[in-house]
Design a protein around this ligand. Structure first.
Ligand SMILES: CC(C)(COP(=O)(O)OP(=O)(O)OC[C@H]1O[C@@H](n2cnc3c(N)ncnc32)[C@H](O)[C@@H]1OP(=O)(O)O)[C@@H](O)C(=O)NCCC(=O)NCCS
Length: 390
């Protein structure tokens, strides 16, 4: 059977939305940096790329991938925009892998791009006179137990309550996540993944932004305990800015090719995409998505939890990885060893691809074989992918 292999990866550093280094660039600008970098790193001539699949979540619904292909002068490359909310960047990679494994496309660039600094404000027509009013497309219907636009309840608090997690449980995880992210930055583990972003400055010069800026040095449980609860009115509330994912800007992509293409062109694959899976859950249980998606993806690969060396479970809120660990019985010390959403940041549509990029590099750095990336996704979903380093 044809295998889907990853032959190159790239990501921007992750910026802090509205307050950080990438506020002057939009999702198109970020993709315009990452796509040529991942193409160049692949060694594949542009004429051999069949398609560019890019996830977007808040950019207004156009075919962002096609826009980027044309911007880059790659008119012959078709573009597909996908949206699976927090899982969009992962489903873009899955779509690429599926097409390659089916023997259709030979090479696909796939990833996601997000600028929460510059997300689109949409309007819709309401009433008999069709007056425009501000509108955001909701991924699930509004309900008191699962507000469509307040994930701190729908994901953060509901997940903690479901598993009986305390604020200390999630704050301790946040401290761990920041420490892991900072150790990875200081160790230079992200350097080869990152493509620096030239950011125009007000004085006309350009600054190269090359390091993730969201992790906070010196994050402590005592410090986090001082932060304001987002929902103090709820019983046993847990969520603060310190244990939630950030609002962030970034893009990430990988080049997926068939193993036959890679071999025929003398390209050395970095990893094989073994399997992937998505699940739906009741929106109020969104945070439990990874605990269902991971076993489903493992089953498809003919693997068990015990086979996996490393996991990244996105910290949409820190209750999500803690809940996943407890539900599945995973060893915490092999989870989020480079940090995740609460520390590195969660640029929604880019996150899934960023996780694949990071997992490929970390498996190879450690000489490990198998990794799983997983996240919950707005609307009541979970997604997971099994990656094997080569
Ligand atoms: C939780 C949320 C509302 C906080 O927004 P915010 O107030 O802009 O958050 P900030 O990151 O600026 O943090 C606010 C303050 O908390 C404190 N803080 C945050 N993290 C901290 C840490 N690790 N240590 C110490 N203090 C911290 C700081 O005082 C910070 O202010 P400062 O940056 O001026 O020092 C926002 O991050 C959010 O909506 N997150 C969830 C995103 C989401 O839903 N994603 C989808 C998931 S399904």
């Amino acid at each position: 059977m044809t295998e889907a292999v990853i032959i190159s990866t790239a990501r921007t550093p992750i910026g802090r939305a509205r307050k950080g280094s990438l506020v002057s660039l939009d999702a198109f600008d970020l993709a315009e940096v990452v796509v040529p970098a991942v193409l160049e790193r692949s060694g594949v001539p542009a004429r051999d790329v069949d398609s560019l699949v890019l996830a977007e979540a808040y950019q207004g619904g156009g075919v962002i991938a096609r826009n980027i292909a044309v911007r880059l002068g790659l008119d012959d490359i078709a573009g597909v925009a996908t949206n699976q909310h927090c899982a969009g960047g992962l489903s873009a990679v899955a779509i690429a892998a599926g097409s390659v494994r089916a023997g259709m496309d030979k090479v696909v660039i796939a990833g996601g791009t997000e600028s929460l600094s510059n997300s689109a404000m949409t309007t819709t027509r309401k009433g008999a006179d069709g007056q425009p009013v501000t509108w955001v497309s909701a991924s699930h219907p509004e309900s008191p137990e699962a507000p469509a636009f307040d994930m701190s309840i729908t994901v953060g608090e509901n997940t903690a309550r479901e598993l009986g997690l305390t604020r200390l449980d999630v704050d301790e995880w946040a401290v761990y996540s920041h420490a892991q992210a900072i150790a990875s930055i200081d160790g230079g583990y992200f350097t080869e993944q990152i493509v620096p972003v030239p950011v125009p400055q007000p004085d006309g010069s350009t600054r190269l932004f090359d390091t993730d800026e969201f992790p906070r040095r010196g994050t402590t449980v005592e410090g986090l305990a001082q932060l304001r609860l987002l929902h103090p009115e709820l019983p046993n509330p847990t969520v603060t800015a310190g244990n939630a994912a950030g609002l962030n800007d970034a893009a990430a992509a990988v080049t997926v090719a068939s193993d036959e293409y890679a071999e025929a062109h003398g390209l050395r694959p970095l990893a094989r995409i073994r399997s992937w899976a998505s699940v739906g859950v009741a929106p109020a249980l969104t945070g439990l998505g990874p605990s269902l998606a991971i076993p489903k993806a493992l089953d498809r690969a003919g693997l068990t939890l015990a086979d996996i060396d490393l996991f990244e479970v996105n910290e949409a809120f820190c209750s999500v990885p803690v809940a996943t660990i407890r539900k599945l019985g995973i060893r915490p010390e092999i989870v989020n060893i480079n940090g995740s959403g609460a520390s590195l940041g969660h640029p929604i549509a880019a996150t899934g691809a960023r996780m694949v990029v990071t997992m490929v590099a970390e498996l190879r750095r450690r000489g490990n074989a198998l990794g799983v990336v997983s996240m919950c996704a707005g609307g009541g979903m979970g997604a997971a992918m099994v990656i094997e380093a080569l």
